[in-house]
Design a protein around this ligand. Structure first.
Ligand SMILES: [Zn+2]
Length: 153
């Protein structure tokens, strides 16, 4: 495990945890390393002696618990699968109209051209969802993390 001192183009300094320098370079070129403060992906590595993670108190519990896991930037919590999922859900929420319990009706009306096509989301019972799918209406069940619901509603 390598701990790298990183800095974004806005001058925010932070530490990134990587399996190796190669892992860092790979993630950097893929735009996966971002500043935890401003999400900037123009990251530079500061010159410093790489340290080994010997499981001291500073080591994130996750890294200590799963040392065999592929390289992952520890500091940008944004990079965790949960954070990525939350971000994806946020995008869906931003692009769709909440029609609430009218979801099944709206989806059906759009499918039959009775109303304009647009992205919608809402609640549907399992029976409603199954009925929509049987009619050939594409719906996608999406479990929205509770944390997001609280901040958005
Ligand atoms: Zn920054």
């Amino acid at each position: 495990m390598k701990v790298l001192d990183l800095r974004c183009s806005h001058g925010h300094g932070f530490e990134g945890w990587f399996a190796s320098n190669e892992a860092f370079e790979t993630q950097l070129s893929a735009g996966l390393v971002e500043c935890p403060v401003c999400a900037d992906t123009r990251i530079v590595k500061l010159l410093s002696a790489p340290r080994l993670n010997l499981g001291n108190a500073k080591a994130p519990a996750e890294a200590a618990a799963s040392p065999a896991e592929p390289a992952k930037a520890q500091v940008p919590a944004e990079q965790s699968p949960e954070a990525r999922w939350m971000r994806a859900v946020r995008e869906v929420l931003a692009k769709t109209e909440d029609v609430g319990e009218r979801f099944a009706d709206e989806a059906r009306r759009m499918h039959y051209g009775e109303t304009e096509e647009r992205g919608i989301r809402g609640q549907a019972t399992r029976e409603q969802t199954e009925a929509l799918l049987e009619e050939g209406i594409p719906v996608l069940p999406l479990a929205i993390p509770a944390a997001l619901k609280e901040t958005l509603q």
